[in-house]
Design a protein around this ligand. Sequence first.
Ligand code: PFF
Length: 446
Amino acid sequence: MKIARFSRIGFILAAAGSAVGLGNIWKFPYIAGEYGGGAFVLVYLLTVLLIGFSIMIAEMLIGYLGRRDTVTSFEELAPKSKGLWKFGGFQAMAGLLIMTFYSVVIGWIFNYIITSLSTLPATVEQAEQTFGSMLHTDIGTQLFYHTVAFIWITYVVNKGIKGGIEKMNLVLMPMLMVILGGMFLYAMSLDTFSKALDFMFMPHWEKINANAFVVAVGHAFFTLSLGMGAIMTYSASLEKNSNLVKNAFWVVFLDTLIAIVAGLMLFTFLYQYGSGPAKGPGLVFISLPAAFYEMGILGNIFAVLFFIALAFAGLTSSVSLVEPMVQYFIDRFGWSRLKASISMGLFFYLIGIIALLSNIDGFKDSLTWGDKNFFDWVDFFTAAVMLPLGGLVMAVFVGFVLPEEQVSSVMKSQLTWAYPLWRFSLRYITPVAMVLVILSLVGVLS
Ligand code: PFF
């Protein structure tokens, strides 16, 4: 079978497209502020460098050497006596679970593109009302846009790595960068830009604690799309003789750059026209539209462009969340791409409806367990447990299980002097960090 391979730029944009997502544009700015601005950014950058970058290379290596779906790649690379390692490949399931709520959020964003064309909310209270009533009462609108997201994503995945995923990323990623870049330049011309700089970069060391470190590691995984086979599956379609280190560098660099640019831009607008930094989903869906309102017609244009960019970020991440399981069914069960794409699409679409309903008054109570509804449980379980577990499995696999000659034959010449550092990180730093993250996030340590 002839396998379609990414071009070099296609791979970098697709992997960066996977990494740059909702996590960068609303989550990073908010948690950076919450956990001490500059001090957190520094901890986060160190985490990305020491752990994220190493795991990104390890994940690429497994895909690049394995050349198949995640399960088969682990199975074929593990020594014959260690067949159980194939279960490491089941990290791919996390992507579909994440998709259940990710697709609902993309639906909200589509809705905001359309509503920003007409009137923006005049006050934060009004914006809160609009968002709340969509979230808690409006099944029709949410379901409609969730369906649009499902059709879009399934269509692209069905077109395959080259004709679907690469093609979409080649168009949407540059557009996303142009939109964010343009809005960033405008933000730089406002007086409050320096306030945003302070907010993101002034270290408040007193806010840094063990929790901030755990949040930094957890976020590094989520934002870099690590631990769920997305990068691994894409890497299976890399050309022979690809430079994994350079690719990983570009992905990490673009992801970090876009998070910082988006954060500075958002906070400048919020300081200049709005109520200052706010947190969580409220940042993008509540405070920001109210700030755009203050800008008049330019605000409408910015709002539409901003939500388009956010939708692009979400869609390019989504295809990478679905592709690993699609690849799995194609490789292991001989399914056609059409059958695999539609089945995986329906899976996240239908379960996504449960996630959607779990925010709706009247359904909420029966879909809430403990302090979280279905939507939040899936978010929590994937981010807190599945991703770090996937990271742990990959670090141990590449650090200890894969024969050293196999690893060094590819990586030594690419990493040169940093090769021993990379191995050290995979063998000791990353596994310890992953275990700490899992334990503390599930509350054992706290
Ligand atoms: N990296 C994406 C974000 O920051 O929103 C989310 C994501 C995509 C996580 C793909 C994991 C993944 F495999």
